[in-house]
Each structure stands twice: as structure tokens, then as C-alpha cells.
Write a protein that binds this ligand. Sequence first.
Ligand SMILES: *[C@@H]1O[C@H](CO)[C@@H](O)[C@H](O)[C@H]1NC(C)=O
Ligand SMILES: *[C@@H]1O[C@H](CO)[C@@H](O)[C@H](O)[C@H]1NC(C)=O
Ligand SMILES: *[C@@H]1O[C@H](CO)[C@@H](O)[C@H](O)[C@H]1NC(C)=O
Ligand SMILES: *[C@@H]1O[C@H](CO)[C@@H](O)[C@H](O)[C@H]1NC(C)=O
Ligand SMILES: *[C@@H]1O[C@H](CO)[C@@H](O)[C@H](O)[C@H]1NC(C)=O
Ligand SMILES: *[C@@H]1O[C@H](CO)[C@@H](O)[C@H](O)[C@H]1NC(C)=O
Length: 584
Amino acid sequence: MMMHITAVKKKKNHAHTDKSRLVGIFLTGVIRRRFIHRLLISAISVSLLLLFAVLSLFAPSPVIENDFIRPRLDSDHQQSPFHVPASGGAYRHDLWNSTNSKLFAACSNAGVNFPKADSKTQPDRYLLIATSGGLNQQRTGIIDAVVAAYILNATLVIPELDHTSFWKDSSNFSELFDADWFVKFLRNDIRVIKQLPNMGEKFVSPHTVRVPRKCTPKCYEGRVLPLLVKKRAVRLTKFDYRLSNMLDDDLQKLRCRVNYHALKFTDPIQEMGKLLVERMRMKSKHFIALHLRFEPDMLAFSGCYYGGGEKERKELGEIRKRWKSLHASNPDKVRRHGRCPLTPEEVGLMLRALGFGIDTHLYVASGDIYGGVETLAPLRALFPNFHSKETLVTKEELAPFVSFSSRMAALDYIVCDDSDVFVTNNNGNMAKILAGRRRYFGHKPTIRPNGKKLNPLFMKKDNMTWEEFASKVRTFQVGFMGQPNELRPGSGEFHENPTSCICQKSGLEVKTGGFSSPQNQTHEVDNKVENRTEKQPAEEDRELSELDYDLDIRKQVELKGTKIDSLPVLMGTDQAEVQVFFSD
Ligand SMILES: *[C@@H]1O[C@H](CO)[C@@H](O)[C@H](O)[C@H]1NC(C)=O
Ligand SMILES: *[C@@H]1O[C@H](CO)[C@@H](O)[C@H](O)[C@H]1NC(C)=O
Ligand SMILES: *[C@@H]1O[C@H](CO)[C@@H](O)[C@H](O)[C@H]1NC(C)=O
Ligand SMILES: *[C@@H]1O[C@H](CO)[C@@H](O)[C@H](O)[C@H]1NC(C)=O
Ligand SMILES: *[C@@H]1O[C@H](CO)[C@@H](O)[C@H](O)[C@H]1NC(C)=O
Ligand SMILES: *[C@@H]1O[C@H](CO)[C@@H](O)[C@H](O)[C@H]1NC(C)=O
């Protein structure tokens, strides 16, 4: 989940920002004129472009004296052949669209043989759940609760949301999601009620129990069904990833109906989200949304080194001590293995290499950035059209949302979802859920850094020309761009790769070949891609998610201050918990 960029202090680099902006405006002007008098002045423009690129990007940055993350676009590397251009190069044609996306359509309707709620719901079985975590972790809990209720032939009571998580959002279900719509949309699948009915005099309260992570349908029938039959109402706690990833297609489609259709944010949230998107579109026809996670504790947990010298080593090392079971870090090794989240600068370089020029507008959803303004400076130099919730709307407009972290996260979710291109530097819940959602709704470009390849490349970049670097980035990112059929069916979490809910349209010619029937929708489009993607499905994602750590851990650290004795136990006894991001 993300908070706001404004948390980041704005100070001395106003001048720098303004300079970049001026240069940006100048450049845009240059580009425009080039189109008008293309033949006459193209040569001059190109030189100007280069000149200003050099001026804006390589001028000593005013933020260097800070010890945090030192921008590498500075005079240290004047001898390096690595010069970042302002323009994205000649790769612009398909930047904003996925090839072959038109050949696919969402398909999550229930089949005719899928028993309906009316015919199967048992009268005296009530399932209650209490979700856990941030907005997106809770979303997976809600989705799985619906499927669990379906499996158990139970009536689902509207889920209780987590008010005690790290994020401490007091919103209940109906303040985040349209509850009436949820009930109505799912009426054929399960019965949903708003609260437990009067269960009679002898009934005290629902029986509370926790199911294991990734519990299968059999596991529900074995563990929960008997309780449900006996106690009539069962409440499952800490409900997030409590149902197995792999399920029959029928049940996976039900997951999609919940995730992509039944769960709709409330009108005020939808409207504010729409307003943010409109304000972005007023600035630019297309935009990129970036979900950036670069919080100090996330970085400490990663064990990577981000270039901030002794100060960084000390600060992150101190935070890292919270997790007693973590070994002393070996930053080089972690980086070689591709497990370091991209820095803001690296995200910017990747985007430029993929073809996004300096005129591209960027919406940034992020929490507290380690090093703040200084860390963001190189990214802002690459993409001066830099926006966030706080820059797009007024304080007054944002007021109803600011004190509710989940509602703020919902706004970012909407803008990221509506963006033309979505990019992340992390593999948390929000990144995964949005990646899947964007596949389902037409394979909108979704760039997820191939850390394993990019980490070593970034280490070597100062010995390369830009062209070499950019060409490598483009090669390494094949299979990580949100294109159809990048992932093998069944790889990754279902909600990031909802293959059961994406079908090939019939009656369309496939130019590239390699397709078969709709049932075989998930085969590769292109043999080149096939060989690449075979190598990089779930395992690589897993590696990044090993950086993940559970909300519980953070919560305990936060709430109990120094009293963290229970942490190693937690980490030792339930490794699965550690895999869940502390946030979205
Ligand atoms: C992307 O594809 C859509 C649907 O075909 C089309 O309407 C849109 O213009 C395309 N966008 C770009 C930037 O090519
Ligand atoms: C749920 O209802 C269906 C249809 O009546 C039945 O086949 C199935 O065994 C029931 N499952 C449970 C767990 O009650
Ligand atoms: C949700 O919160 C609102 C406002 O605080 C309250 O009116 C409503 O009863 C709550 N609903 C539930 C199910 O707790
Ligand atoms: C760059 O090349 C020089 C000379 O070949 C070498 O010593 C240095 O280690 C290289 N640096 C990186 C980051 O690869
Ligand atoms: C799907 O592909 C397999 C082989 O790849 C083939 O045997 C099968 O008949 C195909 N299914 C359909 C429905 O065409
Ligand atoms: C894919 O890999 C196989 C075996 O490694 C090879 O025979 C085939 O030619 C490759 N296909 C492409 C398009 O590279």
C-alpha cells in the first residue's frame, strides 16, 4: 500500500526541479518544431536534444552532497561512455499497446453445469471471515472467502476488514467496497448477507478458527465443514492466502468474478480515482503509472546496497537487526541474484531504454522513499513530468481520503489500473493483483523488471554505451511486459496470472502462428518468446518475493518497539507468513 510523495520533504532542490522543467519545456518545444519544419531543422534539433540532454542529466546534481542514494547521473562518470538520451529512440510504435492483445477476451462466466447458490446453499451454515493485511492482501482474502463459502455450501457474511494491521485503517467493508453490488453480483454463486441473523437463544458466538495457508477444497471439507455443521457459524481469522492457488477452472472463474466484477470500490472512491485519471489525461494522452516501493525497512530487509556509502550501511544495517533470523547481508550476492528492487533511478533508466522519452508523463504511487527527494531526483531528471495524487488534486479534494490508508491505496489502485502502461519495482500484492487485472482486461502493458538480468546489467552500465545498455534492457524485458502468453498457465499466483479467465477469441486469424483452439489459449504466440518465457516463470517471481515479509512482523516491531523476541519464532514457525509482503 502506498502513502504519499508529499511525506517526502521538499527543499533545496526546487531550483533543480525548475531547471529540469524548463529544459523539459524547451525540449518539448524543440520536438514540436521539429515536426513542423522537420526537414529544415532536424539536424539542429538533434544536436539541441543531445546538448540539453547532457545539460539536464549530467549537470552536477544539487543533491549530491547528501549521503543517501547518490544519483549516478552526475559528473563522476564523465569519462563513461554511458550517456542517457532525452528521447526514447525509435521504439515508440508499440509502446502503449500489447501486440496480439485483441485476440483475447475475458471469460469468467459460470458454465451451465456450475451449481447455483439457490440449489446448494445449506440453510444453517454461516461462514464469517476476518481479513488480514493491507488493501490488496485483504482483497485476496475476500476472493478466497467467496470460493470457500461456495465449496462449503455456506452463506457468507460480508467480510470483516483488518483494522489493526500496520496500516490501521478503520474502514469497514462497505466504506471501501460497494456492498450491495457485491451481494447482488454474486447472488447466483453464493448467498451473501450483511450480518449474522439471530441464531436462537443457545447460540453464543461463531466458532473461531484459523485454516492453514493454501488450504485445498479437501482441506476445507475436512477441517471446516464438520465445525460448520456442528456450530452453524464459523469465523475464519487472518484470512488472506488461505485457499490453494490451484483450483478447478470453475472455481478459478469464480475467483475472477469476485476479483474483477463483484469487488467495486464505493462511489466516492471511484469518482476521485476517475478525477485523478482525468487530470492525468488532461496533461497527456498517454501516461505511465509507477508503483514504487523504496521504504527503508523494505530495503533493509532486501540486504542490498544502494550506493549510499557508510551512512546507508549503518542505517539499513540497524533496521535489519530487527529480524534476528536474517543473516548479515551479502549485498553483492543478493544483487547478482537479481533480488534487489530497482532504485527510482534504475526504473527511470529502464523506462528510457524501453523507449519512453523525457516528455512522458509519470504518475507515481509510493510510500516513504528512503533518502526522499534526493533518491527521487535522478528519476525526476529523466522524467520531469512527475505526478502523484497530491500534485493532481487539491488538499480539500483529497481530504475525505487522507486519513484512511486503504482508501488512499484504492485511489492509486484505480490510477495504476487505468494507466496506459503500469510499471513496478517490486513484486508485492498490489503489483501482482494489478498485473493480473490488466491481463484480464485486455493485456494492457505492465512492465515488471526482470531483476535477475537487470541487476547485473545496472552494475556494469558505466562501461557500456547507452545503445548497448538499452538494447540489452529491451532483450531482458521480453516476457516481462504484460503481453499475452508471457507466463505459463499455472505459474505464479493465480491472481497475477488468471489463465482460466482469459480465452482466445474465435474467428480471428493469428498472424504469428502457434495458436490452437480456445481451450489451448495459453500456448505461446511466438516461438522466440516461448524459449525465453519457459525459463522465467514462477521461480523468478518467487525469488523477488523472498524479499517479502509479513505485516505481522512489522506490526509487532511497530507496536512493541524494541520487544521483538517473538519475531524469530514467527519467522521460524511459519515461513509462509514471511512471504507475504508487509504491505501492498
Ligand atoms: C492501442 O490499441 C487500441 C485498440 O486497438 C487503439 O484504440 C489505440 O489507439 C492503440 N493505442 C496506440 C497508442 O497505438
Ligand atoms: C454442496 O452442495 C453440492 C450440491 O448439492 C453437493 O454436491 C456437495 O457435496 C455439497 N458440498 C458440501 C461440502 O456440502
Ligand atoms: C461500517 O461503518 C459505518 C460508518 O462507521 C457504519 O455506519 C456501519 O454500520 C458499519 N458497518 C458494519 C458492517 O460494521
Ligand atoms: C569497467 O572496465 C574496467 C576496465 O576494463 C574494469 O576494470 C572495471 O572493473 C569495469 N567496471 C565495471 C563496473 O564493470
Ligand atoms: C490442445 O492442444 C493439444 C496438444 O497441444 C491437443 O491434443 C488438443 O486436442 C487441443 N485441444 C483442443 C480443444 O483443441
Ligand atoms: C527453442 O528451443 C529449442 C530447444 O532448446 C530449439 O530447438 C528451438 O529452435 C528454439 N526455438 C527458437 C525459436 O529459438
